[in-house]
Ligand binder design. Structure first.
Ligand SMILES: *[C@@H]1O[C@H](CO)[C@@H](O)[C@H](O)[C@H]1NC(C)=O
Ligand SMILES: *[C@@H]1O[C@H](CO)[C@@H](O)[C@H](O)[C@H]1NC(C)=O
Ligand SMILES: *[C@@H]1O[C@H](CO)[C@@H](O)[C@H](O)[C@H]1NC(C)=O
Ligand SMILES: *[C@@H]1O[C@H](CO)[C@@H](O)[C@H](O)[C@H]1NC(C)=O
Length: 713
């Protein structure tokens, strides 16, 4: 009886779905010039943006609103026009993904010593739009407590953080400038149990914060089950407190059920002429060209008047190909993402001395914090069988319904941010916190002596170590205790016959590093997020798995869930070491790398200055992307990264256009996403965050390995 009811509700949503023609609008390129040959660009531009990803395209679009400002974006990937459907149709993020194709940088981590020396896959979008073109489209905001803690670390050598653009109020308004809220239909909202507060969103920015046009009634069992476990429904998770359970927004434009990402919103959405904005695809930046006479000291200073001056950017179309130089009149802006921006700095002579010398690069600025704080979120999946029809079943059926635009907009989005109080008894929570606190000094020593390459051949600089100490204290004393989520919990319905529950660790104390071993940006840097090196990380992550198992048994969700099919633990109540082995052997990235160009004071080993995002020791190079968070935040990184770009636009305008509005983002004229372009496209490289959407590629890989499914490939 119960299943009949559910089936009826399910059919009613299916019936309302209209077939789509599958013909997407042509990309609207009449604004910016998307070019593929170096001969098509000018000799010089006011701003050269390195990386046409999440932040880079947002920034380029905003800066070029002033028609007297010339802007060039150099993107290593292609335009994406050739794979428009794979980008535009949201559910293709699982069923026809661009990960592990030419549109993915397809990095791997170094052998992770606390994970059986596994090298984990690290996808990053290599196409216009960057990771926003290939990710799982989750839009979630960090917490006020996290952003304010960052602002306070950022201003720790300059007094109060209240006027900082990084404090919650101004950062929140910058995030809102990027967005337009698309409300769900009443049917979808009630079927999936979606609640929201429209006033907490932006209403006229380029990126659409929507919901899928198709859903499953079983999702309405999500928040009641979590509530029973002490994680209540949060009906307004985007205004500064995301703790609780909710159906998250997705980057979907309701007018045509397409992915809303930095290219579709900020570039294809440009109305009118934008002849002052050129975007060159297929162009890998090989380094920054400096005026070597502009600075004689390699010691970084926070005074922008005595730094190195960039005069241009060098790029190439292939590793063996000729190098070309484009000149900059004003600034170089690095928006190449958590991997790319630090790599370009290092090959250009800005980074830890020991690293640069080892890679054969002349030291221009001995900036020890570059690459020094690489972190990521790890995620693990428990797979359950179900007799419910899932999105994966519908897709596999190849039915007419499976081809509707509404169905193809269904992506996973039910989530919860779970605080320690719901993971542990009060006593156990207190003990996890106090043992993490008392282990601080030994963890700080371990980090210091591992050094910039993690191999102990040289020690980390004291400023970088002091930064880690402050971050460590912030996590244990503020994030652990303040009610913010320490794990994210998710549900995925995109695999046939299965319901997948996932858990992702949000505030790792383990802190890694990335570094170059060659002067070429065509070689991957070494990426070492130091996963699970800190035992408190494992304690919390393991508690997250136990929480998932309780959730699977909690009504009303439990009605839909049958046997756990993966992993197969040896007993019904697996021991801690069984769970740890599972986590070590099967965890994958949640696609949220950050920390490689931390926005912090120099005294805390920062890379970019909190006052203007300028790289210490340089006069006219900024970093604007997901690498500037000094530590992981309990969020998917896409939404805040648009905020970073909008803050940067305000700071840059203040400098060059003193008459324009100050503080926040650009004018309201930007590139209103509207109904203009359909989005997708490109090529590029870059940055931003690849969100986790149920099973990402590496998640699929893990499942395949464990249960032998040939799926999604
Ligand atoms: C600046 O110095 C670097 C080596 O440190 C050199 O490769 C480069 O050609 C110099 N740039 C100019 C414009 O002379
Ligand atoms: C955020 O919400 C949770 C759940 O309602 C609550 O326990 C917590 O105290 C809140 N945090 C802050 C900083 O208000
Ligand atoms: C456009 O930029 C120019 C040069 O930076 C500046 O002088 C002018 O004030 C700007 N225009 C507006 C409308 O801000
Ligand atoms: C934005 O553009 C509209 C029309 O395209 C114009 O009316 C308005 O004045 C512009 N606003 C700003 C702040 O430049």
């Amino acid at each position: 009886m119960w299943s009949t009811l559910v089936l009826t509700a399910f059919l009613s949503s299916a019936v309302t779905a209209r077939p789509s023609s599958h013909v997407h609008q042509q990309r609207n390129n009449n604004g910016a010039n998307i070019l593929s040959q170096g001969s098509q660009i000018l000799n010089s531009y006011d701003f050269v943006v390195v990386g046409g990803g999440t932040a880079g395209l947002a920034l380029a679009s905003r800066l070029s609103e002033n028609s007297s400002t010339t802007v060039l974006v150099l993107e290593a990937g292609q335009s994406g026009n050739a794979v428009a459907n794979q980008i535009d149709e949201p559910a293709n993020t699982y069923y026809n993904s661009l990960l592990n194709t030419d549109y993915d940088w397809a990095y791997k981590t170094s052998a992770q010593s606390s994970m059986n020396n596994r090298q984990l896959s690290w996808p990053r979008g290599k196409v216009l739009g960057g990771s926003s073109a290939v990710n799982g489209m989750y839009l979630v905001r960090p917490n006020q407590v996290e952003i304010d803690a960052w602002a306070s670390l950022a201003s720790s050598d300059s007094g109060s953080s209240s006027n900082s653009p990084w404090a919650w109020n101004s950062f929140y308004s910058a995030m809102k400038k990027a967005e337009t809220f698309d409300a769900p239909s009443d049917d979808i909202a009630s079927e999936a149990g979606i609640e929201f507060n429209q006033a907490s969103y932006g209403d006229s920015g380029p990126i659409h914060w929507g919901y899928p046009g198709f859903t499953f009634p079983l999702l309405s069992s999500w928040t009641p089950s979590l509530s029973s476990l002490g994680v209540p429904l949060n009906s307004d998770p985007v205004s500064g407190n995301n703790t609780g359970s909710f159906i998250a927004n997705s980057a979907i434009r309701k007018s045509d059920w397409t992915r809303s990402y930095s290219r579709s919103g900020y570039i294809d959405g440009i109305t009118g002429s934008r002849s002052n904005l050129d975007i060159l695809t297929g162009a890998t930046v090989t380094g920054i060209v400096w005026d070597n006479s502009s600075s004689t000291s390699t010691t970084p200073s926070s005074n922008s008047n005595d730094g190195l001056k960039a005069t241009g950017v060098q790029y190439a179309f292939s590793s063996a190909g000729q190098k070309f130089t484009v000149s900059v009149n004003k600034e170089v802006i690095l928006s190449a993402g958590a991997v790319g921006s630090a790599q370009v700095l290092m090959v250009s002579g800005v980074g830890p001395q020991a690293v640069l010398q080892g890679a054969g690069v002349d030291v221009k600025v001995a900036l020890e914090g570059v690459g020094a704080r690489l972190q990521d979120h790890l995620v693990a999946s428990l797979v359950y069988s179900t007799s419910e029809t899932t999105a994966g079943d519908i897709h596999a059926s190849n039915s007419a319904e499976s081809k509707t635009a509404e169905f193809m907009s269904f992506i996973n989005s039910a989530t919860a941010y779970v605080p320690l109080s719901a993971l542990f008894s009060a006593e156990d929570a207190a003990s996890v916190i106090s043992s993490a606190q008392s282990a601080m000094d030994s963890n700080v020593d371990k980090y210091k002596s591992a050094g910039p390459k993690g191999d102990g051949t040289s020690q980390l600089d004291d400023t970088v170590v002091e930064g880690y100490k402050q971050i460590y204290k912030t996590i244990t004393d503020t994030f652990y205790t303040g009610g913010s989520g320490q794990v994210e919990v998710l549900i995925a319905l995109t695999q046939p016959g299965s319901i997948i529950l996932q858990v992702a660790l949000q505030h790792p104390l383990s802190m890694g590093r990335m570094y170059i071993t060659s002067p070429s940006t065509f070689d991957s840097p070494v990426l070492d997020p130091a996963y699970l090196e800190n035992s408190a990380d494992m304690d919390i992550y393991r508690a997250g798995v136990k929480f998932l198992r309780r959730l699977a048994g909690t009504a009303p969700l439990s009605q839909y869930i049958k046997d756990q099919t993966s992993p197969t633990f040896s007993s019904d109540s697996p021991s801690d070491s069984d769970i740890d082995s599972f986590l070590i052997s099967s965890s994958s990235t949640e696609f949220h790398p950050t920390g490689s160009c931390a926005l912090l004071p120099l005294s805390l080993g920062g890379v970019v200055s909190p006052s203007d995002l300028r790289v210490y020791g340089t006069r006219n190079v900024r970093v604007v992307d997901s690498s500037v968070y000094p530590m992981e935040l309990s969020t998917h990184l896409g939404a805040p990264t648009y905020g970073v770009a909008e803050v940067a636009v305000g700071l840059i305008r203040e400098e060059y256009e003193p008459s324009s509005e100050s503080g926040g983002a650009g004018s309201d004229n930007a590139s209103a996403g509207g109904s203009g372009g359909s989005g997708s496209g490109g090529e590029g490289d870059s940055s931003g965050a690849v969100g986790m959407r149920g099973l990402g590629w590496s998640g699929v890989h893990v499942v395949l390995g464990m249960i032998g499914w040939v799926l999604f490939m």
